[in-house]
Design a protein around this ligand. Structure first.
Ligand code: IVH
Length: 676
């Protein structure tokens, strides 16, 4: 068979599997027997293994073995399930430790112990125990809300149904990883792309009898909510988990010092192939729970933990073309379309070239033979070019000076901090004028951390864009569902589900709303800071009056760059139209500050000078935990100026003029009942 015929055969099979999936999952209708269905999937997988150029996003190797049910009940985690930051090398680890030490105001020679735990590549789950009984089990979901997969989890033998140990807390969420061992995976490998997909697919089956047939395992490593628990550190907690009847990772270790972390990482990486399950790195957690508590959380991940990934897999390929993608903030990202290669079990046909400067620096050209690297869930990238293999006639790549999407001018911004021009070239269009930026803005609007609309993924946004069903975020709330129902791939049930998930999101928190707008430099953390400060959506809308924006300069953490960017956002007429349309449709909740009755409620603080034994970041987080507010200007709204060593005299003088209370560290701690 020639390539064209093979492709045709493959695509007929993919179309058939899609049709069967739709019938089964959306219409509960089995057109063929399970055996026939499995045979079809096996044929597709065999074809893909034999002909590496075959690829389809609808392949059962890309989507999971069997499509998960959408019908699990959503349950809010009492304590969110966060993710972890990544480290790839010694430098990243040094940075991680440096930040820890700065936050905790430790000196350079201090030693912090870490619990080093091999990172299992599976699916995390949270098990709720009340009075020693396994009550409910949840998937991670979006971290805030998980799915109730109790019945499926009950089929896993490693999960104790009852724990009778005396020191087991009355109520606790035990968290860990559900996974499948490599030998067990081999038995079902024709159905899934990799062990992780096998675990995920099995865990989210609608029929738990199907789950029961898959030999899933569970390893516990942390907890979410807990009633009183007298355990002081992670190593002790892991020991207790064993006593309570949970499996823990046999390679967990207590380690201190970057050098030792590095050698443990190297050892595990070498041992990786001998271990019965897939691991993709090592997780380091500050061992001491009281330090963990002080360190707390940033937007999505704890400050006290990091995942040190194993090094990437790489392969050689050839650049067929270089395409320029336009991102949400107008950044022009060059992407190499490469001849498909298998890198560590995944077929890769795109690799990022990062930005214009990177292309110039490495002199990357179309037709070049290149090494492409892929590490875990990180986007594959081109590492180097084999110049010897370069064709004599090859030409330097000319980076476009106009936006390939809208034709507008592109620029490289001057970065005030680095005093250099950015490496990234950007389209100068404002928001929705540029088609590609607009699509990316809408994808961002519906994304997990923003409106989190189930069933409106990136592909669907693109599809709806092409069908002119969507141009602006507000269009989502005015969809013509009759029209959608008639589209290929849609049916009554899926439209009903989409409508339901959109209507659910009409009520939204102010911080999510601000983040969803996709204003440059306003990520989750900054959106939260702004929302906390402004409290109501009306106050946010009022920022469109130029002079109001200056209020934001009072927020510690919001600087000139952010304010400039917000100003620019509000100067754009289309943005204002989008805001006014959204305002009509949405119920934006005022910020309810948790712990509003803290000791420092309604009080504002500002720090000047260095404190003793406590960093600025920690002092800030301590004040905020107690409902106080940090502002970054001395003005009439300030209640207390906290003065440390070597303060800015001008600030003290202004505070005196305005009759603001000037206190020192001791007095602050006294206010918090932390001192005698
Ligand atoms: S701790 C806030 N410990 O890694 C603490 N996670 O990227 C977060 N994982 O979703 C979890 N092994 O699925 C933790 N020993 C371990 C882990 C581990 C694997 C996974 C887990 C989590 C992801 C974070």
């Amino acid at each position: 068979m020639n390539d064209e015929l093979i492709k045709k055969d493959y695509s007929t099979k993919i179309k058939k599997v899609q049709k069967l999936n739709k019938a089964y999952y959306q219409e509960n209708n089995s057109i063929v027997t399970d055996q026939e269905y499995d045979l079809l999937k096996k044929q597709i997988i065999d074809l893909e293994k034999k002909y590496l150029f075959l690829k389809s996003k609808h392949s059962p190797t890309v989507s999971i073995g069997f499509k998960p049910s959408k019908n699990f009940e959503k349950v809010r985690h009492k304590v969110p399930m966060l993710s972890l930051g990544n480290a790839f090398n010694e430098e990243d680890l040094k940075n991680f430790e440096k930040k820890l030490f700065n936050f905790l105001s430790l000196n350079k020679i201090s030693v912090v112990d870490y619990s080093a735990e091999p990172k299992i590549d599976g699916i995390s789950a949270s098990l709720i125990y009340i009075n020693g009984k396994f009550i409910k089990g949840l998937s991670r979901g979006d971290g805030v809300e998980g799915e109730d997969i109790t019945e499926n989890l009950k089929t896993i033998k490693d999960i104790p149904q009852n724990v009778s140990a005396k020191n087991f807390p009355n109520e606790i969420d035990i968290r860990g990883e559900v996974f499948i061992e490599n030998d067990d995976f081999k038995k079902i490998s024709e159905k899934f792309a990799n062990p992780r997909n096998a675990a995920s697919g099995s865990l989210r089956q609608k029929d738990h009898n199907v789950t029961a047939k898959i030999p899933l395992k569970f390893i516990a490593y942390t907890f979410g909510y807990t009633s009183e628990m007298k355990i002081n550190n992670q190593t002790e907690f892991l020991e207790n988990l064993k006593v309570w009847g949970f499996k823990t990772n046999p390679f967990n270790k207590k380690i201190s010092g970057i050098k030792n972390l590095m050698s443990n990482h190297k050892n595990l990486e070498e041992k990786r192939k001998e271990i019965a399950f897939d691991i993709d790195g090592v997780v380091y957690k500050v061992n001491d729970f009281s330090l963990q508590k002080r360190l707390g959380f940033a937007a999505n991940a704890p400050r006290w933990a990091i995942a040190h990934k194993f090094s990437a897999n790489s392969s050689i390929s050839e650049i067929i073309n270089i395409e320029i993608q336009v991102g949400r903030t107008g950044a022009l990202t060059p992407v190499a379309k490469i001849k498909p290669v298998n890198i560590g079990g995944v077929i890769v046909s795109n690799a990022t070239l990062h930005n214009e400067d990177e292309i110039i620096r490495k002199d990357i050209r179309i037709g070049d033979t290149v090494t492409v690297e892929r590490a875990g869930d990180v986007i594959p990238h081109v590492v180097s070019v084999d110049i010897k293999k370069r064709n004599k006639n090859s030409k330097k790549f000319n980076f476009p000076l106009i936006c390939p999407s809208c034709g507008n001018k592109t620029v490289k911004d001057y970065n005030e901090t680095t005093k250099k021009k950015d490496a990234v070239r950007r389209c100068t269009s404002e928001g929705y004028e540029c088609e590609k930026i607009a699509i990316e803005k809408i994808k961002h609007f519906v994304s997990k951390e923003a409106f989190n609309i189930d069933g409106l993924g990136k592909r669907i946004v693109e599809n709806f864009w092409n069908l002119k069903l969507i141009r602006f975020p507000q269009d989502i709330f005015n969809f013509n569902y009759d029209k959608i129902e008639k589209l290929e791939g849609w049916g009554k049930l899926s439209v009903k589900n989409l409508k339901f998930s959109i209507e659910k999101k009409i009520t939204i928190s102010l911080d999510r709303f601000i983040y969803a707008l996709g204003i440059r430099h306003i990520g989750q953390e900054n959106a939260k800071l702004i929302a906390k400060h402004l409290k109501t959506a009306d106050n946010f809308f009022k920022l469109s009056k130029d002079k109001n924006i200056e209020i934001l300069s009072n927020i510690d953490g919001i600087g000139k760059t952010q304010i400039q960017s917000i100003k620019k956002f509000f100067l754009n007429k289309t943005n204002l139209d989008v805001l006014s349309e959204l305002k009509k449709k949405l119920k934006i909740q005022n910020m309810i500050l948790i712990n509003d009755k803290g000791l420092l409620n309604n009080k504002t603080f500002m720090l000047t000078g260095k404190l003793n034994g406590i960093s600025r970041a920690e002092a800030k987080s301590l004040i905020e935990q107690n409902s106080g507010k940090i502002i970054s200007n001395v003005n009439k709204k300030l209640n207390y100026l906290i003065v440390g060593e070597k303060p800015t005299i001008k600030k003290i003088n202004t505070a005196r003029e305005l009759n603001i209370k000037i206190i020192d560290q001791k007095e602050l701690l006294k206010m918090l009942n932390k001192l005698g």
